[in-house]
Structures are given as structure tokens and as C-alpha cells.
Design a protein around this ligand. Structure first.
Ligand SMILES: [Fe+2]
Length: 278
């Protein structure tokens, strides 16, 4: 598995607080079968993005871990004016290994239409935007039509692994499961911060998805799509996201529904699938 959202680098944000904590988190991931960790220090109003320090500490951690897991640099990129300006001025700077995939976080209080336009501008300079944990953003949960708009314009979606089995509350659980059932998720990742309160657990989510949506989907969300993000290549063909093209605003249920009956996931190549590539 490949974990593309992870606050592994110590002392630069609210993630790991020391080298020892970074190593303990990474060891837990290795034990779960994670082969690549994408380090995503925050670039936000609270935490400045310190590229040089991030790189030095990632190399230090990598040296201690050896080749048992591969660390890759990226950013937990908050969509504020300053960040957007800098990302447009320095194309691909904040993306995963500088290869294009950008992990974007929307504000939780209000999402002005200009941010949708910002996504377009970021796409225009070569980024592929990945919307991080929409299930934890109350504005998006109230108005998932926004997500459909961004997805139609080529954005991808990353959901927090543990949200699927209720670690972020009932609403996030219901919302993320409905995203899963509708094929609106491209990546699962832990957003790991800390061994107790935000642990790096991918395996349980992988097994959960395999049971609810099939092994093929679990591999797509935890292995194949994340690998494409790490290597900066086009995603493999994705199943059709149900409802993304509907005109009527989508209504999500507030509580967890049982999984829909599966008649085999659609693997036919669609023109929509092309939107999900770079
Ligand atoms: Fe994060």
C-alpha cells in the first residue's frame, strides 16, 4: 500500500513532534505493509511550508529507516490566497515529488466560488488537484454538488481511511461510504499525525473496502492510484462516478447505509476516465 497523506516529518506542523515519533509512525506503517509514504507537511495560515527543513528531515528519517519504505515529499496545501499565488508562480513546487499531483484542503468555514476557479488555474499550470478529506469538511458535506463540479473539471478525491469505519463520527462515516459506493473516491490515505489520536492505519480500511466494494476497488484506492500519484503518471481507467453528471443537487444520507449490491464493477473505458488522468 501507498499512503499519500501523512504528517511524518517532525517539528514542522501538528504531526510528529520528534525524530523518535516519526520513526515510530513509519515503523507502524511498514508493519501494515506500506511501501511508500508521501510526506505532506502543512502549508497553511498556522504552519509555514519550510521546504529546506522538510527535505533535510525527510532524508534523515529515510536514512534511519533504510530501504524498507520509500519516503516522498509533497504538501498538505491549504487553499488560501498566498499559497495559491505561490503555487502558480512556482509550478509543481508543492506537488507529490514535484510531479504534478497536489493535495488540496478547502477551508471549513466557507468556500467562495473563486476557489473553484483557483483549482482551474492550478490545473492550468500542470497540477492535478486532489481534494483531501471532503468527508470532514462541513461545507462540502452540506453541498456535495461542489465536489461534482470540481470532479467534472478534473479534480480527484482522497478520503481519510479511518473515516470509512467511523473514526471521524457518524456523518463522516456515512458521507465517505456514500462516496465509496458512488465511485467518487480515488485515494485512501491516513492523514497520520500521531500514534494515538491520528494513527497511520491503512490495513483496516483496505480490508473494509475489500469487503464492501471488492478487492479490486481496495487495490485501486490503496495501491494503484496512489502509485500513479507518486510516479506522476495518469491514473488507470476508473469506474464511472455515479451522479457526478446529474443536474439535480445530490442529497447524501446522514447515516450509514448498507452497501449496494455488486454486479461487478464497471471497467469499461470511458471518456470521463480520461479526465482523471493528468
Ligand atoms: Fe493533513
Amino acid at each position: 500500500m501507498i499512503d499519500i497523506h501523512y504528517h511524518l516529518i517532525y517539528g514542522v506542523d501538528d504531526g510528529a513532534g520528534s525524530l523518535e515519533e516519526s520513526l515510530a509512525l513509519a515503523e507502524e506503517s511498514i508493519a501494515e505493509g506500506v511501501t511508500h509514504i508521501v510526506c505532506t507537511p502543512h502549508a497553511s495560515d498556522s504552519f509555514a511550508y519550510r521546504a529546506k527543513v522538510n527535505q533535510e528531515r525527510m532524508e534523515e528519517i529515510q536514512e534511519r529507516l533504510g530501504d524498507r519504505v520509500k519516503l516522498v515529499m509533497a504538501c498538505d496545501f491549504h487553499l488560501n490566497a498566498e499559497n495559491i499565488h505561490d503555487a502558480l508562480k512556482n509550478p509543481l513546487k508543492y506537488s507529490i515529488d514535484g510531479k504534478g499531483y497536489l493535495m488540496v484542503e478547502f477551508p471549513e468555514m466557507a468556500i467562495p466560488p473563486q476557489l473553484g476557479e483557483a483549482l482551474q488555474r492550478l490545473h492550468g499550470v500542470g497540477y492535478t488537484c486532489v481534494i483531501t478529506h471532503p468527508e470532514r469538511n462541513p461545507v462540502i458535506v452540506r453541498n456535495p454538488k461542489m465536489m461534482a463540479d470540481w470532479m467534472r473539471a478534473g479534480s480527484l478525491v482522497q478520503v481519510t481511511a479511518s473515516a470509512l469505519y467511523g473514526r471521524f463520527g457518524q456523518q463522516a462515516e456515512a458521507f465517505s461510504n456514500q462516496l465509496l459506493d458512488r465511485n467518487w473516491i480515488h485515494f485512501l490515505a491516513t492523514d497520520a499525525h500521531h500514534m494515538e489520536w491520528r494513527p497511520p492505519h491503512m490495513k483496516k480500511a483496505y480490508e473494509y473496502v475489500a469487503k464492501r466494494a471488492g478487492e479490486e476497488t481496495a487495490r485501486r484506492l490503496c495501491v494503484e492510484n496512489p502509485m500513479a500519484a507518486v510516479t506522476g503518471t495518469k491514473l488507470p481507467t476508473q469506474p464511472e462516478p455515479v451522479g457526478v453528471w446529474d443536474d439535480a443537487p445530490l442529497k447524501f444520507q446522514e447515516t450509514l447505509q448498507s452497501a449496494p449490491k455488486r454486479g461487478g464493477e464497471s471497467t469499461k473505458k470511458s471518456w470521463l476516465g480520461k479526465l482523471f488522468g493528468r
